[in-house]
Design a protein around this ligand. Structure first.
Ligand code: F0G
Length: 460
């Protein structure tokens, strides 16, 4: 087997500014030890997110020039609508400026106090949009998915039995919809099997509850199904995606991931009454229903990106490059969520730094060190992002403490990834020198974006 190479040539480049370790020490302290607050130009390799960071193709850039900026009925909207319909098969396609705008509209209408939304695992903005309405966001991940060291094919699956028990206990009238996130971002970028989507749909049908897909990384999920699930090896990515969406009554999508664009999203629905309500709210919050917070050129780029993402050569390279980083660092003993997911490698901070307790944020500590050591920006997904307080002010931690290194699409080459592996391994070798952190500022919601920290001294 020959090396799987990047299936593109580079036509336009952006220089990387190099910094020294001494400079980074100062930059990190000024940013309150929160990589979100570091200026991007001071980052060497930016693995903060795979969202909105894709390199667009020459075809997408030419689509940008071709965008129709008419306020109503723009021809770019119809291209966008047809690209989304081709994949989802859904009847009503509502553009939004990004994923969370679709979530905000949907949950404002179906959510509210006393309502519950089950999901395999909510991502932070989805959870926040559910909770903002007064509803509760319930995660029902299968057991394997909760154990980073277990290697299994579909660790993103929902626990179907737990879902049925939850519906029986809560009452179907209090559950406006069930959601499945593909791939499961907060749980390691792990895929969900077609069988699981079908099983969840069967339970939803039994109780008359609609099923929605959070579709950010649907093509990566479809590729995993093709490679790992019986019966799909000869199907195209488009066919697999179409089947996934055929079980869903609607979807939200951040096009900033698998539509290979820098901004965009949509809400797709089959229910006309719900679509009408969503469109009416869209007009208040996003814009007219044929642009929904986007420029015509953005709609054009999404339509083209949704075609390009279905290319199997691209997906093979994409999934392999993530796996390649995972293999290199695990060979040196670095604990990660196994097997590597689609868009990111998730370091298991609990096993990496067993001496730093969750309330001192081991993931934050590793994230800071990756920046200091090599100018790499990653993100904590653990007690900083999802921690809560009990009535006595003690931290309630989520089940996992992770550091996500998300890989932007079509941006970095193999030698960039080799460099990342070297830095991670160096930090791992020096792990005994790392300590914990504490907040000096935290916002009441989505605190990880703006929080400030300081290192905890050994005596605290
Ligand atoms: N759902 C999932 C599964 C996501 O990963 C994201 C964004 C969203 C919804 C919201 O989309 O950002 O366009 O509003 N995830 C990014 C990330 C931010 O870094 O994983 P958005």
């Amino acid at each position: 087997m020959k090396t799987i190479i990047e299936p593109f040539k580079i036509k336009s480049v952006e220089p990387i500014k190099f910094t020294t370790k001494e400079e980074r020490k100062k930059i990190l302290a000024e940013a309150g030890y929160n990589p979100f607050l570091i200026n991007a130009e001071n980052v060497i390799i930016d693995l903060l997110t795979d969202s909105g960071t894709s390199a667009m193709s020459a075809k997408q850039w030419s689509g940008i020039m071709d965008g129709d900026e008419s306020y109503a009925g723009s021809k770019s909207f119809f291209k966008f609508e047809s690209a989304v319909k081709n994949i989802t098969g859904h009847k009503f396609i509502i553009p939004t400026h990004q994923g969370r705008a679709a979530e905000k509209i949907l949950f404002t209408i179906v959510g509210g106090k006393g309502k519950f939304i089950p999901n395999n695992t909510h991502f932070d903005t989805t959870r926040a949009n559910v909770e903002f309405t007064g509803a509760e966001a319930i995660d029902l991940l299968n057991e394997q998915g909760k154990h980073p060291e277990i290697k299994a094919d579909f660790k993103g699956n929902m626990d179907v039995e737990a879902l049925e028990n939850f519906i029986k206990k809560t009452g179907k009238d209090n559950i406006p919809l069930v959601m499945i996130t593909v791939t499961n971002n907060s749980g390691g970028g792990q895929p969900v099997s077609m069988q699981n989507i079908k099983d969840v749909k069967a339970i939803c049908n039994k109780y008359g509850i609609p099923l929605f897909i959070d579709a950010c990384r649907f093509a990566e999920n479809a590729y995993f199904i093709k490679k790992r699930e019986k019966g799909y090896k000869d199907k195209s990515i488009l066919e697999i995606a179409q089947e996934m969406f055929s079980y869903a009554d609607g979807a939200t999508m951040s096009a900033k991931k698998d539509a290979l664009v820098n901004i965009g999203g949509f809400l797709s629905l089959n229910n006309e009454e719900l679509a009408t309500k969503c469109r009416n709210l869209l007009i208040v919050t996003e814009g007219f229903p044929t642009y929904g917070g986007l420029a015509g050129r953005d709609l054009e780029a999404v339509a083209i990106g949704l075609e390009e993402i279905l290319d199997e050569n691209y997906l093979q390279y994409r999934i392999r490059s993530t796996e390649y980083l995972g293999e290199k660092i695990t060979a040196a003993g670095v604990p990660i969520i196994e097997p590597p997911g689609g868009h990111a490698i998730y370091i298991d901070a609990k096993r990496f730094l067993p001496n730093v307790p969750p309330h001192q944020f081991p993931g934050q500590s590793i994230t800071c060190e990756l920046y200091l050591e090599g100018g790499i920006r990653a993100v904590e997904i653990g007690s900083v992002m999802f921690g809560k307080y009990d009535e006595d002010g003690n931290v309630i931690s989520p089940p996992m403490e992770l550091v996500r290194m998300a890989i932007p699409r079509r941006v970095y080459t193999q030698s960039h990834i080799d460099y990342v592996a070297e830095v991670v391994i160096e930090v791992y070798k020096n792990r005994n020198k790392l300590g914990g952190y504490k907040f000096t500022y935290e916002a009441p919601m989505l605190r990880h974006f703006t929080a400030r920290f300081e290192p905890v001294s050994n005596t605290e």
